[in-house]
Design a protein around this ligand. Structure first.
Ligand code: GLA
Length: 388
């Protein structure tokens, strides 16, 4: 389906005016999981699946919103925002709320949204939606808010209005993604570096478990708290330690006995994952994708055994690939407890691998496996009429 064309025509037939159209993509993350809220590094890329919003100012005091994929509508005044049990309007209201709190008086606007980012697959469908609306309102009002500020604002919308204490990776990747590149973000300084991700002969393949365990959000917030607890132990020895970014293996090992074993494992995972990510970027620089892939497996082992955010379905899919010569690396992606695995697979083997994985997964887990191929695209942008 031509989604920009679709939101454009739904908008015109409902609101009888010309909308602005914004595309904001979902993301993959090659390595560096649960490191963003520990001021560490991440290595995401924006993909070819995106949220699209058609929007224009409203001519009354109300926002009129249409979620065309859900056949649902919502109305609110922009100055009287209350979280809705419908779910989806909260991502939009969260953004309006943050803009207003930051001194940008977002007025009433109409919009039609539609997205092909799979929901619950760990590809950041919510960040894509938040960023499309933040970018669009900035454009409509001519505020010229810098892109990094929009990213922070969209993240805060999710933290405060939606209530998930996510880090900055998803919103950053959606806005700053660049075609054919992965981007390393230092989540402390917010400096970022693009690395060409040469897809020559290798494809990013996402295998979707089709599950999202219900504890996912609360476990996510727990992991954050556990990392903070670890930092407090280290601070007794070195007050300059502000986050796990400041810690290394040595200091953790030296004080191991002072840690609850579970907290120790959480912290060790984060410290090792940051080191792995930096080494993986060196692999990219040398074009050594075999070594890069091995680090993805190590990342998965840490997420499964030390950080404990994997689940049997994800573990099954990663294990399935270990004996596959055409798979260079695989691991769970995103927050965990379901969603997708990310795999680097040799081009010619993708279809055959999927067919066998699908059958095996069906037998082992009794579920339908889905596959998405992650084509790396540009981040959030206005779509001109001529483009659809
Ligand atoms: C979710 C969050 C991100 C990040 C990942 C784990 O996607 O939204 O901020 O913490 O989990 O790496």
């Amino acid at each position: 389906m031509n989604i920009p064309g679709h939101v454009h025509s739904v908008f015109q037939s409902h609101f009888k005016s010309r909308p602005l159209i914004i595309r904001s993509p979902g993301r993959v993350n090659l390595i560096g999981e649960h490191t963003d809220y520990n001021e560490g590094f991440v290595l995401p890329a924006a993909v070819d699946k995106a949220a699209y919003v058609a929007m224009a100012p409203s001519d009354d005091a109300y926002c009129h919103w249409i979620a065309s994929d859900l056949n649902d509508t919502f109305e609110t005044r922009p100055d009287e925002l209350t979280p809705s049990p419908k779910g989806w309007p909260n991502y939009l209201m969260g953004v309006v709320d943050q803009l207003r709190k930051a001194g940008y008086p977002a007025g009433a606007f109409n919009c039609v949204i539609s997205s092909d980012v799979p929901v619950g697959a760990g590809m950041s469908s919510s960040a894509a939606l938040e960023c499309s609306v933040a970018f669009g309102l900035n454009q409509l009002h001519g505020w010229n808010i810098p892109k990094m500020e929009l990213v922070k604002l969209a993240q805060k919308a999710e933290n405060e209005f939606v209530g998930v204490k996510c880090g900055i990776m998803d919103q950053f990747a959606s806005v700053f993604g660049k075609k054919d590149h992965v981007v390393r973000l230092d989540c402390r300084s917010l400096e970022y570096t693009y690395f060409p991700f040469l897809m020559d002969g290798i494809r990013i393949v996402l295998l979707d478990t089709g599950v999202k365990h219900s504890l996912a959000d609360s476990e996510y917030n727990d992991r954050r708290a556990q990392c903070e607890e670890g930092v407090r132990v280290l601070q007794k020895h070195n007050p300059a330690i502000r986050s796990l970014r400041d810690a290394g293996r040595e200091i953790l090992l030296r004080h191991r006995r002072e840690f609850d074993p579970l907290i120790f494992n959480r912290c060790m995972y984060v410290v090792e994952e940051n080191a792995r990510l930096l080494a993986a970027c060196d692999d990219l620089g040398r074009g050594d994708m075999l070594s890069f892939g091995q680090r993805m497996y190590s990342s998965h082992n840490g997420l499964r055994d030390m950080y404990e955010v994997s689940c049997p379905e994800l573990d099954y899919l990663v294990s399935f690939t270990i004996t596959e010569e055409a798979v260079l690396g695989a691991r769970m992606m995103g927050g965990g407890f379901g969603g997708c695995t990310i795999n680097l697979v040799r081009d010619e083997a993708v279809d055959d691998l999927f067919e066998r994985a699908r059958k095996a997964y069906q037998i082992a887990m009794g579920r339908e496996l889905k596959m998405y191929t992650g084509i790396i695209e540009d981040g959030t942008a206005v779509i001109e009429d001529a483009q659809f």
